[in-house]
Design a binder for this molecule. Structure first.
Ligand SMILES: [Zn+2]
Length: 326
């Protein structure tokens, strides 16, 4: 992985390259931004640049190869074991960091999921940050920097990463031989995360989406039993509920576009065009806005571990309401 292989994040690449060329690397970085947008890749590319025998991140020298095979003696990678990075792991790291690097110009420690350090671990790491060795560099990575101790954050140079834009993701997908429709759908559902667009959610996004939207559209406000059955079925699959919200939100956004603009030229879910137009015919602007709000509420509550079954029931009741009822 080199800087050139990384999609987007040009400003961050430039900044890190300049710092390296001018020998002004910080002793600790904190890369922040959503999951799956390239923070870890950027960190690996930076390590390669620093450890490479040719100082280019060539990919072929012994240093680069050892990084790729995850066995470079001067690269230390810490990740959560279970839910946390614990103090023992930090202490062990600190013992290793006391020794000078073996092969590279410095030791680099990559802490992926820095927000997962519990307070004891975080406080232990502070010592390393407060008394930095000239031959040690830390790269902390976090999608939730607000959960990283303030005292740690303030001792790192923070580098925020933005979500990738849809066009960029669509371009990458196109290189992977997805159809135009699939590229558009996956890019719009990926929330700026390439990992999400290419990951295990893909089948869900492409196929299940059609079934889910159809299931909601064909429910009628009076059909309580089918609605409760559907809610029970959906709530049982805890892991996919969030994706379910994402998918329905995308479909209802398209319905909103048709209702508000009277045109279907900007739809993300082009393969569901007929159903979306049909559904739009049953909505008014206030009713579709109400449904979008209900979907956003649903996502908000899911993240707060509410009763899943109740959350789905409440969502469905709102989604099947006819426009006259609002
Ligand atoms: Zn190299």
């Amino acid at each position: 992985m080199t800087f050139d292989n990384i999609i987007g994040h040009e400003r961050q690449k430039k900044l890190l390259r300049q710092a390296w060329n001018n020998q002004r690397m910080a002793h600790a970085y904190l890369f922040t931004g959503a999951e799956g947008i390239g923070k870890r890749l950027m960190a690996t590319a930076l390590v390669r640049l620093i450890f490479c025998e040719h100082q280019t991140g060539c990919g072929t020298c012994a240093g680069c190869r050892r990084i790729d095979h995850n066995n470079h003696p001067d690269l230390h990678i810490l990740e959560p074991e279970g839910s946390f990075i614990k103090i023992d792991a930090i202490r062990e790291l600190q013992r290793e960091l006391q020794h000078p690097p073996l092969e590279a110009p410095r030791r680099i420690c990559l802490i992926d999921g820095a927000d997962k350090m519990n307070p004891a671990a975080g406080n232990a790491l502070l010592k390393t940050l407060e008394e930095p060795r000239h031959d040690v560099m830390l790269i902390l990575i976090s999608a939730h920097p607000e959960a990283v101790l303030e005292t740690i954050r303030s001792r790192c140079q923070q580098l925020p990463f933005a979500r990738l834009d849809q066009a960029m993701i669509a371009k990458v997908l196109k290189q992977q031989e997805f159809s135009n429709d699939e590229c558009r759908i996956l890019a719009s559902l990926s929330e700026g995360s390439l990992k999400k667009a290419l990951g295990s959610d893909r089948e869900f996004y492409l196929e299940q989406r059609k079934t889910l939207f159809k299931a909601v559209c064909t429910l009628s406000p009076g059909s309580i039993v089918p609605m409760l059955e559907l809610a029970e079925k959906w709530a049982a699959d805890k892991d996919q509920l969030e994706d379910l919200g994402t998918v329905l939100l995308s479909c209802y956004r398209d319905v909103f576009l048709v209702v508000s603009q009277g045109s279907s030229s900007l739809l993300a879910n082009t393969d569901l065009k007929e159903r979306i137009i049909h559904q739009a015919g049953r909505e008014s602007l206030p009713s579709i806005q109400h449904k979008l709000d209900a979907l956003l509420d649903f996502q908000y509550h899911l993240r707060r571990n509410v009763n899943r079954q109740l959350a789905v029931e409440r969502l469905l009741i709102q989604l099947v309401q006819p426009k006259a009822a609002m």
